[in-house]
Design a protein around this ligand. Structure first.
Ligand code: MN
Length: 446
């Protein structure tokens, strides 16, 4: 068994960093997090690997060339690349060396820390002076459907008597998404056009801007090391292939989706844009927040043997709180803060990340470093935990109330959706994912 890196010294709640602001009360990025991203200083061209402490980016490439990473010196080629793919491909031991080295060099005492601190002006960049991009070249993107609550709620809208299809409890359902339209948090999303079902009394579908634009609150899981074509990934070793997680907004045009999805599943309703948060929270950083897989209801089948391991059942889920906020153009004008729409937790997903990964490779499909797996909309059992407007408004029938007497059935132009995620566990320092935000631009000229 290999848990993919358990709890170790880098998670110690007593560690403090010498970087100012690293342990501010509300930061998502204390020394125990050490997320990975790709940034550049404004007005420079060169993309570089970095980590983040509080409101400061630490330049990993610069640390490497200044020989400030005690155990990662042999990884210089990986750490000076403009994407995370080479590091992802190098496997778990390289990931662990980097985290251990960063932790040593950025804590408040020790030889490595003193050396790094002496170079602080070479390696620290305020977040506000940097630009971020998607940290990996994403070759392929697959979106799952792992929340049984989401699947049941959505299924009930279309099949009230039979909301959950018979395959759901056996097979992690997914579809192949599109990597080219994945964008970084902060990128505006243009309202897509598409074909929708004929209006009542008409026999022809129409083509135009979607009237039912929605978000989906999800986690994204990055594949680290590959499997070769034809070789499967056993559930026991699946965590060794998982590099890290981020927030994912799977923007969806529900009217386009409803007309096109049969028989082959979502297509243009979802591939016009998908937004990712910029910082990848490594699988190792998430170790303290692993938790038991969702307890299946009595009468539900056990997973088939290839999707079952005792360790995955015991600790394969992630205890991550995911919140969604909305701020309309009117709320911005009036100076009002974003309104919370929902809060849910990824521990309630029916399938664990390892099960999704193992299933994806179970036919011999080769996963590659930088591939992205989406969890599917993370909805819980309660109304307040539903992770998209389709569910929250019951297909638009019961609009949600916003401050200033506004309501929303679906997203309007100028609306900004902000997702956040935090992990807490007794005895450990809380870490977060940062933000995943996007604002809706009008469809524009036809
Ligand atoms: Mn989705």
């Amino acid at each position: 068994m290999n848990s993919g890196g358990g709890i170790n010294e880098t998670h110690d709640s007593g560690l403090r960093s010498w970087v100012a602001g690293a342990h501010d009360a509300k930061t998502d990025f204390p020394l125990q997090n050490l997320p990975l991203g790709v940034f550049r200083r404004r007005a420079t061209r060169e993309w570089r690997l970095g980590t983040r402490l509080g409101e400061t980016i630490v330049d990993i490439a610069a640390m490497c060339s200044l020989e400030l990473l005690p155990d990662a010196g042999s990884d210089a080629r990986l750490l000076s690349a403009p994407t995370l793919n080479p590091l992802m491909a190098a496997g778990q031991s390289a990931w662990q060396r980097l985290r251990a080295s960063l932790s040593l060099a950025l804590r408040d005492a020790g030889i490595a820390a003193e050396r790094a601190r002496a170079h602080s002006s070479d390696i620290l960049v305020p977040v506000v002076d940097a630009e971020l991009r998607i940290a990996a070249d994403i070759g392929d993107y697959t979106d799952f459907y792992a929340s049984i609550h989401h699947a049941t709620n959505v299924g009930a809208m279309f099949r009230p008597d039979n909301p959950l299809l018979p395959n759901y409890r056996w097979v992690p359902i997914g579809y192949h998404g599109r990597a080219s339209s994945i964008v970084i948090s902060g990128t505006p999303v243009r309202r897509p056009r598409g074909q929708t079902a004929p209006a009542t009394g008409s026999d022809r579908p129409q083509f135009g801007p979607t009237g039912r634009l929605d978000y989906e609150a999800e986690l994204g899981f990055f594949v680290g090391s590959a499997n070769t074509l034809g070789a499967r990934i056993p559930i026991e070793t699946a965590p060794m292939h998982l590099f890290g997680a981020c927030l994912l907004n799977d923007w969806s045009a529900r009217d386009i989706q409803a007309w096109e999805y049969q028989p082959l599943g979502p297509f243009l309703a979802k591939n016009f844009a998908s937004t990712l948060s910029p910082w990848i929270i490594t699988w190792e950083a998430l170790a303290p927040f692993r938790t038991a897989a969702m307890q299946r209801a009595e009468g539900d089948p056990a997973p088939l043997p290839y999707l079952f391991s005792a360790e995955d059942q015991r600790s394969g889920a992630l205890n991550v709180d995911v919140t969604v906020e909305l701020r309309s153009a009117g709320m911005r004008q009036r100076g009002e803060p974003p309104a919370r729409l929902s809060q849910s937790n990824a521990a309630g997903l029916y399938w664990t990340p390892a099960q999704m990964l193992t299933h994806h490779a179970s036919n011999g499909c080769n996963l590659r470093p930088g591939d992205l797996l989406g969890s599917g909309t993370i909805s819980g059992a309660s109304k307040e935990s539903q992770g998209c407007l389709l569910e929250l408004t019951n297909r638009g029938a019961l609009p949600v109330q916003l401050p200033g007497n506004e309501t929303r059935a679906f997203l309007e132009d100028g609306d900004e959706v902000v997702m956040r995620a935090r992990c807490t566990a007794p005895g450990f320092v809380t870490i977060g994912f940062g933000e995943c935000r996007g604002i809706i631009d009008p469809a524009g000229e036809p």
